[in-house]
Design a protein around this ligand. Structure first.
Ligand code: 13P
Length: 254
């Protein structure tokens, strides 16, 4: 099995000094992270300093969002080109918190994914159904629509990588464990949908599907024990260096 991908999404939860302190602690523990690909996504304001802190380690840097143009009159936005200047390798796109709170549309998400691929940053497309959509039996419809609208018409070159993070909106921040059978089944559906969009070989070799939603050191093993779950996107449990390192240790055991 390929190395599991563990992405920490710090959201807007830490002030500057706490972010830098956490980055230092994670870096200190990182000698033990071989065999796992670890990515930290701090706020934009700490990107440059976190990059300096993790330099020389095997930790990679990610961002929580970006704009869909490289340059121009877009007040307040962040160019993925600028992120690249700070060695950002991954960018989260279409997180449900942005879809819900900022009105991020599927068209915007598509444009962000497209641009990131052209500049060799790996997009981490976040998809997932709300509780109401699930209750109404619309989960598969929602996942299909989100995936198609994000990736339709895109072409992956050999060096391009994509990550799809399945994050059921109702599980985020809830502390709930989800039945791993259901996660596995949903990942299978996502993989099938990807086969409709890209060549089989591209899906098998260049796309990873990971899970996010209240992942912690207690439940991670049951998710990533399923080979189709190729990693996790961690929110709350990534904010404490010791807990985060325990998550990584659990991932390594498998
Ligand atoms: P929690 O791990 O806090 O549920 O957050 C998940 C998430 O939204 C990661 O992007």
């Amino acid at each position: 099995m390929e190395n599991p991908l563990i992405i920490a999404n710090w959201k807007m939860k830490l002030n500057a000094s706490d972010s830098l302190d956490l980055a230092k602690r994670v870096k200190k523990a990182s000698a033990k992270y071989n065999g796992v690909e670890v990515v930290l996504c701090p706020s934009f304001t700490e990107i440059a300093q976190v990059n300096e802190i993790i330099k020389g380690s095997n930790i990679k840097l990610g961002a929580q969002d970006c704009f869909w143009e490289e340059q121009g009159s877009f007040t307040g936005e962040i160019s993925p080109k600028s992120l690249q200047d700070y060695d950002v390798k991954y960018v989260l796109v279409g997180h449900s918190e942005r879809r819900q709170n900022l009105g991020e549309t599927e068209e915007m998400i598509h444009k962000k994914v497209r641009l990131l691929l052209t500049i060799d940053i790996t997009p981490v497309l976040c998809i997932g159904e709300t509780f109401e959509e699930r209750q109404d039996g619309l989960k598969d419809v929602v996942l299909t629509r989100q995936l198609h609208n994000a990736f339709n018409g895109l072409w992956l070159n050999k060096s391009d990588r994509l990550v799809v993070a399945y994050e059921p909106v109702w599980v985020i921040g809830s502390g709930q464990d989800i039945d791993p059978d259901e996660i596995e089944h949903t990942h299978q559906i996502i993989r099938q949908l990807l086969y409709d969009l890209f060549e089989d070989r591209v899906v098998d070799e260049q796309v990873k599907i990971i899970y996010g939603g209240s992942v912690d050191s207690e439940n991670i093993a049951q998710y990533i024990a399923r080979p189709i779950v190729q990693g996790v996107l961690v929110g709350g449990a990534s904010l404490d260096a010791t807990h985060f390192s325990t998550i990584i240790a659990q991932a390594k055991k498998l």
